[in-house]
Each structure stands twice: as structure tokens, then as C-alpha cells.
Ligand binder design. Structure first.
Ligand SMILES: *Cc1c(COP(=O)(O)O)cnc(C)c1O
Length: 236
């Protein structure tokens, strides 16, 4: 079957994004194999999201749980779903079986709810702790100063596995100005790594969006979450 115009344009967008990730890796002496592109599908319908696996993108992200439920039901099962936005506790039960990783765990109460919900499944729940590293009042996430205490308390939960940290930088016209936020997240991660014993592993840094992902990759992002650069203008 001939590729649709939309598929062709998506393929071109992806090639450009991957090229930029590769260049940022080269500048930082990193392997591109250690950076996973999470395609953020929140602005496009499920049938567009469903085109991505054939183009080599199998990690998809949604910021709203209900939207993730909806898309997970209509996109091929080969996809790994990432929840990247606020998760209300009453949506934990339904969301857990659908997601590979929750990037946006932003409170102790949510950690407890995830731990409780994981009682009836095999294997731990993999999460990232969202950190408000830019200090903006409107942002979700743990304050950097709360992380040590959270790490102590995590020793009492045995079904949640912390795989790393996530942040959103403030929007900057000059992406270079996001670098301090990303460096802060990396340093917080390195500190937590020293205090949180296995099975926690803190291998991951989820940081970098369309505007700033190259800087994030230079600062060791392992997940970049990209929506606009991929889809903007392609779907009305
Ligand atoms: C929407 C969203 C993104 C993607 O942002 P773009 O600027 O469109 O690439 C990444 N992370 C989170 C948490 C988001 O809500």
C-alpha cells in the first residue's frame, strides 16, 4: 500500500528530530542508543498516533490519563505508553495496566496509592519522580528539597521502583537558558542514586521537549518528550 502524505511528512519530521538527537549526542560523547524519543500524542487523534510504530516509534506519551486510556485501546499493542502528566489517585487502578512508565509522580500520596494498587500484580510499578527543578509556582512536582525525605520514606514501599527523575524546564526563547534546570535535575539524580538502594536504580532522566531537547540530551537525558516538533501543522 502506498504511504500516505501524512506518513511521509511524519517520516521526514522524525528523521530531522533523530538527526538533531544524534548531533547532540555526538557533542556530548554519548550514544544515541541511550536516548529514547517519547512521541507526545496529546494533540493528535488516535489514528495518527497509530501510524508511529511503523515509522519506528514505539514509545508514546500522553499527559491526560483518560486520553491515554482511549488511545491505548485504539493503537497497536506493540506500543509502550508513558504517562507524562498529573495522575489523580482515583485513576491509578485503570492506568497502571496500560503504562510502561509513569514519568509524572508528583506526591507522596500518589506513591502510596501506586504501591497499594500494585499489590494485585506481578512485578513492581516503574516510576520517575517529577521534580519542579525550575521553581515555577504553577508546576507539579517535588521541590528539590523534598527529595531526601522522600527517598527515606520510599524504603517503606516495596512495590514501587524509582527509575529516575523527570522535569519540565520553563519555556525559554533561548533553549540554552534551560541548561541550568537540566543540570540541577542530573545532580539531584546523582545524589538520590547514592541514597536509594536497589531495586530503585535511577538510570533515567526524562527531560527535554520540542524547544529544548538538544540541550537536555547534552545534559544526559535518557527520555526526550516531543510533541510539537513532530506534529505541529500536520493535523488540523
Ligand atoms: C505536552 C508535553 C510535552 C511535549 O511538549 P512539546 O513542546 O509539544 O514537545 C512534554 N512533556 C510534557 C509533560 C507535556 O505535557
Amino acid at each position: 500500500m502506498a504511504e500516505s502524505a501524512l506518513q511521509t511528512r511524519l517520516r521526514e519530521r522524525l528523521a530531522r528530530i533523530n538527526e538533531r538527537i544524534h548531533r547532540a549526542c555526538a557533542r556530548a560523547g554519548r550514544s544515541p542508543a541511550n536516548v529514547t524519543l517519547v512521541a507526545v500524542t496529546k494533540t493528535v487523534p488516535a489514528d495518527v498516533a497509530a501510524l508511529l510504530p511503523d515509522l519506528g516509534v514505539t514509545d508514546l506519551g500522553e499527559s491526560r490519563p483518560q486520553e491515554l486510556w482511549h488511545k491505548a485501546a485504539s493503537v497497536p499493542a506493540a506500543v509502550h505508553w508513558h504517562l507524562i502528566g498529573h495522575l489523580q489517585r482515583n485513576k491509578v487502578e485503570r492506568t497502571l495496566p496500560l503504562v510502561r512508565l509513569i514519568h509524572s509522580v508528583d506526591s507522596w500520596r500518589l506513591l502510596e496509592a501506586l504501591d497499594a494498587a500494585a499489590a494485585n500484580r506481578t512485578g513492581p510499578v516503574d516510576v520517575l519522580l517529577e521534580v519542579n527543578a525550575s521553581g515555577e509556582a504553577a508546576k507539579h512536582g517535588f521541590a528539590p528539597g523534598e527529595l531526601d525525605r522522600t527517598a527515606q520514606r520510599l524504603k517503606g514501599l516495596d512495590r514501587v521502583r524509582v527509575r529516575g527523575l523527570m522535569t519540565m524546564a520553563a519555556y525559554e526563547a533561548k533553549p540554552e537558558r534551560c541548561r541550568t534546570t537540566f543540570v540541577t535535575l542530573r545532580e539531584l539524580r546523582d545524589r538520590l542514586k547514592a541514597t536509594l538502594p536497589p531495586p530503585h536504580d535511577l538510570a533515567h532522566l526524562s527531560m527535554g521537549m520540542s524547544n529544548d531537547f538538544e540541550v537536555a540530551v547534552e545534559e544526559e537525558a535518557t527520555f526526550v518528550r516531543i510533541g510539537t516538533a513532530l506534529f505541529d501543522g500536520l493535523v488540523s
